[in-house]
Design a protein around this ligand. Structure first.
Ligand SMILES: [Zn+2]
Length: 306
């Protein structure tokens, strides 16, 4: 089952000649979720070969333009493309008002439903759940109410060892029961479920933390995450600047990854003053070696591990 994150934008505040504002797509088992929707996100989706009609839901971290200005034209285009199923949008208030405004002036004949779900940015809770995935909100420390998101894959179902099927001569009904976690009972004898089954791989996770000052609490809430995206607007040299603006430096991001015991860190949301992202990554690697740059168009894969 695929679990990937594709970067559509990595710049903060404004687009530049070669960088778009924040947007990413999480793909879990061919279910696509858009995370933030900076200006230009429609073209970025097309360029990366992701059909916008496949988006199941959108998660907006906060209502700064560089994280949501791309959402409204995308909603209109999905209507032109013939979307009929609802689009779920998870975002802090007052997104509802902004959507209503657009509906009134631009979308009065939209052929599908836009469903807004308010994300309470002070609460750490499950905000969306389906068969394969839970999405949690993570309170962040920014200038306006902001939530990060934790995408937690649900534990995959049990598999039955092939040689145990032969050893015990299991019937189809017994295999199905074992996969449900049941023991097998035959003539009063019990074959314990653990004897027959194994977990195919550990459930995986991805956390998106942007925009924010360093938050030990947020890091704690994503403990053990496989892949952590943490905003890194500034070099450590701009430490003072970052604090007042509700942003993080390279060292803040690396410290968060360390605290979270993340396996890998992706950094992005770079200030337009930087042309050399590699230097920013090097600053992070002083503290957290497994640091990677969120380059536009790059896809990060979270591998299955036993
Ligand atoms: Zn912001």
């Amino acid at each position: 089952m695929a679990f990937t994150v594709t970067i559509l934008g990595n710049s903060s505040a404004k687009p530049t000649s070669n960088a778009h504002p924040s947007a990413q797509v999480v793909n879990l088992n061919e279910q696509y979720y858009l995370v933030d929707a900076g200006e230009g996100v429609q073209r970025q989706l097309i360029r990366r070969g992701i059909n916008p009609l496949r988006l199941r839901a959108v998660f907006i971290s906060h209502l700064h333009g560089d994280h949501c200005f791309g959402l409204f034209p995308l909603i209109a285009t999905l209507g032109l493309e013939g979307k009929r199923t609802p689009l779920d949008i998870y975002a802090p208030a007052p997104m509802g008002e902004i959507l209503e405004f657009h509906r009134r002036y631009f979308w009065d004949d939209l052929p599908y439903e836009v469903k807004w779900h308010e994300v309470r940015t002070t609460e750490h809770q499950i905000i969306m759940e389906n068969n394969t995935l839970e999405v949690w909100s993570i309170p962040l420390r920014h200038r306006v109410p902001t939530a990060g998101y934790l995408f937690k894959e649900k534990q995959p179902g049990l598999n039955v060892e092939k040689f145990k099927i032969e050893k015990y001569g299991l019937s189809i009904a017994e295999i199905v029961a074992a996969k449900r976690g049941e023991d097998i009972v035959r003539n009063g004898e019990i074959i314990a479920n653990e004897e027959l089954t194994y977990i195919p791989y550990k459930a995986r996770s991805y956390a998106y933390l942007s925009d924010t000052n360093y938050s030990a609490r947020a890091a704690e809430r994503v403990k053990g995450v496989d892949l952590l995206y943490h905003e890194t607007t500034y070099s450590e040299k701009e430490n003072i600047l970052s604090k007042g603006r509700g942003h993080s430096t390279t060292h803040d991001a690396a410290k968060a990854a360390l605290k979270a015991e993340a396996k890998r860190l992706i950094i992005g949301h770079f200030s337009s003053r930087y042309k050399d992202y590699e230097q920013l990554a090097e600053e992070c690697r002083d503290i957290f070696p497994e640091t990677y740059i969120a380059r536009e168009g790059e896809t990060f894969t979270i591998e299955q591990r036993g």
